[in-house]
Design a protein around this ligand. Sequence first.
Ligand SMILES: Cc1cc2nc3c(=O)[nH]c(=O)nc-3n(C[C@H](O)[C@H](O)[C@H](O)COP(=O)(O)OP(=O)(O)OC[C@H]3O[C@@H](n4cnc5c(N)ncnc54)[C@H](O)[C@@H]3O)c2cc1C
Length: 386
Amino acid sequence: MFDLLSKEERVSYESFLEFSKLHVSANTSSWEKNEAISEEIKQLCAKEGYMGGAIPTEYGGKGWDFVTYGLFNEAIGRNSVSLSGLFNVHTMVAQTILKWGTEIQKEKWIRRMASGEIIGAFALTEPVAGSDVQGIETEYRLENDKLVLNGCKRWITFGGIADLLVVFGKIDGKPIACLVEKNTPGLTINPVGDMLGFKASHLAILNFENCIIEKENIIGREGFAFQYIAPYALEFGRISVAWAALGIVRGCLENCGQYAMDRKTFGNRLIEHGMIQTMITEMGVDLEASKLLCLKACKTKDNHLPKATEEIMYAKYFTTKAAVKHSANAVQILGASGCKGTSSVSRYYRDSKTMEIIEGSNQIHEMILGKSFARKGKKMISKSII
Ligand SMILES: Cc1cc2nc3c(=O)[nH]c(=O)nc-3n(C[C@H](O)[C@H](O)[C@H](O)COP(=O)(O)OP(=O)(O)OC[C@H]3O[C@@H](n4cnc5c(N)ncnc54)[C@H](O)[C@@H]3O)c2cc1C
């Protein structure tokens, strides 16, 4: 991938890899066991400016472009998708405010998010509705010129420790998104716990009971939340997940390469056996394909091309599927060592399955991309496919 990056991107990526190796790799297992990332890593990420990586410099962030943001997620995701999940949702919230928020909201929140003083979380899913967001039941009601919020959100990444939540609901049947602070009276937060993957990402259930919210906290316009606000944020989420899944595929190849070259069975190194060669070849080629899709998605986004939305979906869809396939094969190649709960490949196996569900499941991607590719296919009959 290095040959396709600019000098600045290469330098940034090397520093991310170094950070991940030094501060993430050795601690992942204990975070997973404790179902929590450490206070220390949060502070370190804030000190390095990573909480504001994707936030513009005018608000105290680093102003990364999409490619750099992707590379960061790859380097962190290689060792902990629970931690890359933090940057995922925090960035979704910051970008939601930057794109749709008022100047007052930006001044109030964005600098503090860039410094890591506050953490953001994105609350859309409910017990009654996930893929089908139109079905959410959380309700905002106008009373004495204030909003009264009632409802329940579930599976909220970093909801357990976030300070600021973007909470989707309906007002008079119209979708709306509002900023809600953690200490709002009537809000109770409980951990989900015992997840298959993303074990250290502080997933929470949020209950809102007659919470009073200022009207100034509405983001964008009433009626806009599903059509504009959520899809815009989800693009950032998909970029994060796609690149973190790429980190997992790289991790699979690194673990399998080492084991297959060193381990001997039936008088030969594992890599001399054809069945192992097949699995490692597919892993390596999918790694290369995933890199290209992730890079192309971010370059189209950096260039503000309308096709970026679909390109990001290709990258998320392909790379998470590749991570599921190759993490399963990686466990197979490492045998019993791969079955140990603390091994990297067993973590990849659990995390990658989860990645096919979040930020629009594979089926939701297929509902959109299937028809889109069919339309393209029809047009291609008389044109070149390149
Ligand atoms: C680790 C983790 C972190 C998460 N973080 C957040 C977060 O920060 N914020 C947030 O709001 N949510 C979060 N979620 C929730 C996530 O977005 C939802 O799980 C996801 O949208 C799917 O919704 P669901 O689980 O309710 O599944 P459902 O919508 O009930 O769907 C169940 C299954 O049916 C499939 N399906 C649904 N409709 C169709 C259809 N028409 N055709 C074919 N198949 C279909 C789905 O793909 C899925 O496989 C998180 C979930 C997990 C696991």
